[in-house]
Design a protein around this ligand. Structure first.
Ligand SMILES: [Fe+2]
Length: 219
């Protein structure tokens, strides 16, 4: 983290939150937090003695870890790489965080597989997974809030809103229809009404009518 002074951090948070400029992390991070809380609760309530419950937990945790890994890759390629060219120091601590998160994701996959295998130690393994996932999510919550304040401000300093919007367009152009639908579903659960209305307008303009109808049917 670049800023440790709480007053400075709070001032920046107020300034970014009230700024009408494009906030590229805002909607997807709300969606990610909703997915994280949902998955953590799934692990908390796991009945480790039941093979079907372990399988469902494994599917849920595997999904979260894949989404997190994809998200890191998306940010690094489409936002942080261009920012690094204009403001390398601003991106450095976030690159470090991303590297650490990749290592933790690998460790969580190993723990998840141990829980899924069952056996006498499965309940203890499940609690250990719950604690490790809690720490991973806690680190991500702080990391994402820093991106939505410090890194957003750095992007504003070095790029126009049109340039930032183009970064998002290039990212979304890599999505399959299935990926677009997945992210829209989680955003629909997480956003406020004004965010959702703006997102729906963008989504309607950016996808075939039958895909958009499918998204509406699923939310
Ligand atoms: Fe990030």
């Amino acid at each position: 983290m670049l800023m440790t002074d709480a007053t400075t951090r709070d001032t920046l948070t107020d300034a970014v939150a009230a700024n009408p400029r494009l906030q590229p992390y805002r909607l997807i991070h709300k969606a990610l937090r909703a997915l994280m809380f949902h998955t953590l609760q799934r692990v908390a309530a796991l009945d480790a003695a039941r093979v079907d419950d372990r399988a469902a937990m494994q599917a849920a945790v595997d999904e979260l870890l894949q989404v997190c890994a994809d998200h890191l890759a998306h940010e690094t390629r489409f936002y942080h790489a261009p920012l690094r060219e204009r403001a390398p120091r601003a991106v450095l601590p976030f690159d470090d965080d991303h590297g650490g998160h990749e290592i933790t994701i690998t460790a969580l996959r190993t723990r998840m597989a141990q829980v899924a295998a069952g056996g006498a130690g499965a309940r203890a393994e499940a609690y250990a997974l719950y604690l490790e996932l809690t720490r991973f999510i806690a680190e991500n919550l702080e990391h994402m809030a820093d991106e939505e304040t410090q890194l957003t401000q750095a992007l504003w300093q070095h790029f126009s809103d049109a340039e930032i919007a183009a970064m998002g367009d290039r990212l979304r152009a890599t999505f399959s229809a299935q990926e677009s639908t997945y992210y829209l579903r989680w955003m629909a659960r997480a956003l406020d009404d004004a965010e959702l209305a703006a997102l729906a307008g963008d989504a309607r303009a950016g996808m075939p009518p039958e895909v958009f109808a499918g998204v509406l049917g699923l939310t």
